[in-house]
Design a protein around this ligand. Sequence first.
Ligand code: SF4
Length: 362
Amino acid sequence: MNSGTTVTDIPDQLNTQKPRLWMPERVVFTPAALEEPWGQQLLTKMQAQGLPIEELPRNRLTGLRGESDRDTYDIAKRTLAVVTAPPSAFKLSPIPPSADWQFHIAEGCPAHCQYCYLAGSLSGPPVIRVYANLPQILANLANYERPGEEKSFEVSCYTDPLGIEHLTGSLAECIRYFGTREDGYLRWVSKFDAVDELLDLPHNGHTRCRVSVNAAPVSGRFEGGTAKVSARLGALRKLALPRSQGGGGYPVGIVIAPIMLMDDWELHYTKLFDEISAAIDFDCDLTFELISHRFTPGSKEVLLNWYPKTQLDMDEEKRSVKRNKFGGTKYVYDNDTMKTLRRFFESEIKKRFPQGRILYWT
Ligand code: SF4
């Protein structure tokens, strides 16, 4: 451990200027959302930021479609809707291998990743919906805990919770909640970097903060609207450093996803590991998750509507087909490619971060 390291002692390339903060052009509240005390807090917080706020006449979101799928995408990605979570949000699903359970405080994300994981999983225009009944959502999680058994809860399956945190404060509320639990652990992941408000929260070691990073050709070409990888790593450093050194003292993680077989991939991913090594140059509770690129027929169709000019390689001919037990099809890299990639990533991590734990490769 480099005991002299502090938050401000960040290597130059990680020293972020201003964090990336997304501001919606339009904010709408449903009447039901305004009846919720947390909805009122969201209203106050957003009014204080001078956002243009409208109350909808009904609880349905309408008027968000454009003339084409691409227009609808543009309108939706500039709109924040505060709604109440549907009853289905109270019936949790498992989310292996990332966590025992997933839950949702929002749906949709302000970034524009051309491989977005949400494509094909969420229906309707990709408007960013924030849930106004957060206290009920959190209270429901206790039903999924088991005394004496650690249970993990992933909150970033349908949104990037840090990307909208400056507008909502909902992630901080989750972190505070899990800080009071005996056996419940929170996990979140982001491609944004505004973490200062999270550093002093009473997390009690029950939240693992992760950033998703990628090699420059992938992040530069395909991850529109996100914070730079160097800024994400600078944010992770702040979260991981001990409180005594000005950090958040959180368990942290690096998600490398989606891992892509590009020209000179080894060189580009080695450079990424150099950046990670510079950011996390001290001992901490660190995990890695490694996710190779895949797509489904449904996600490809949605992504091509959203990003008709994308250079993303989604050629089925070059992939192997993987079927799940429900008959769904995924296109993944072939076995030999997977083995080569996996060997490289696992050996870099073992060499550079002997204290780090690889949670899974997929
Ligand atoms: Fe999709 Fe995640 Fe990118 Fe947001 S950050 S656009 S959820 S892949």
